[in-house]
Design a protein around this ligand. Structure first.
Ligand code: ADP
Ligand code: ADP
Length: 228
């Protein structure tokens, strides 16, 4: 579903953020990108939704080179969740969740009905939380809204950048488990960036272990942990 072919990214200041990455992620697979800060995880992820363009090499999503893909089509295929979920403060939770369906042209009633469905799926009762504003939710609840919004247009691919990084450890573990439960039903192809090795092990079908700008191991958690 996601394929990197000899992808490198050199920033204008000369920083070589990733160097000659080639890997594939299968449909429905959850791959964690793990490693210390600055090793190229976010750069890798942002080349999948084209927020960053590779300097060389190709990225394919579902067999198509994303460099030639229409941006609306790309947005439809890829959901994105970041650490500080940027909810619009003056829009209700329901309208925030309906953002992406609205952006890709769904009619308002359909977008809102879908948003309510997704809030329910992430464990937020739409009748209770739909009319609230972001400031009225806890950090963990806001992250759930971020996941709901990213899934609202039903993209096959979900990108998650430190999605549970901003909450305390107890909430983090709950969100991790909830997401795994959700993933068992929705089966998205997921790339999840984390610097937390425990999270990478717990959540990944496979994990990409980064050194500086390179993937040093790409294997199941059991194999990575068992490696000498
Ligand atoms: P990670 O997500 O693993 O923390 P990043 O992909 O954010 O790593 O960064 C990889 C490297 O690229 C780091 O050395 C970082 O400082 C550098 N970098 C990231 N973004 C830019 C940028 N816009 N311009 C220059 N260097 C950058
Ligand atoms: P606008 O310019 O209309 O405000 P944005 O492009 O800023 O819209 O996107 C609105 C919100 O939707 C952003 O906060 C962002 O997190 C989310 N978003 C943007 N692009 C995508 C995408 N491809 N998949 C999922 N969510 C997205």
């Amino acid at each position: 579903m996601i394929r990197f072919e000899q992808v490198s990214k050199v920033y204008p200041d000369g920083t070589r953020a990733v160097d000659d990455l080639s890997f594939e992620v299968a449909e429905g697979e959850l791959v964690t990108l793990v490693g210390p800060s600055g090793c190229g995880k976010t750069t890798t992820m942002m080349m999948v939704n084209r927020l960053i363009e590779p300097t060389s090499g190709r990225v394919l999503v579902d067999g198509e080179d994303i460099a030639t893909l229409d941006p609306v089509k790309l947005r439809r295929r890829i959901g994105y969740v970041i650490q500080q979920v940027g909810l619009f403060p003056h829009r209700t939770i329901l309208d925030n969740t309906a953002t992406v369906p609205a952006l890709i042209g769904w009619k308002r009633p359909k977008a809102r009905a879908r948003a309510a469905e997704l809030l329910d799926l992430v464990g937020l009762d739409p009748a209770t939380y739909g009319p609230r504003y972001p400031a009225q939710l806890s950090g963990g609840q806001r992250q759930r809204v971020g996941v709901a919004r990213a899934l609202a247009a039903d993209p096959p691919v979900l990108l998650m950048d430190e999605p549970f990084g901003a909450v305390d450890p107890v909430v983090r573990e709950r969100l991790q488990n909830e997401f795994l439960g959700l993933q068992a039903t929705v089966r998205k192809t997921v790339l999840l960036v984390t610097h937390d090795i425990e999270e990478a092990v717990r959540m990944g079908d496979r994990m990409a272990v980064y050194g500086s700008g390179r993937i040093e191991q790409f294997d199941t958690p059991a194999s990575v942990l068992g490696a000498p």
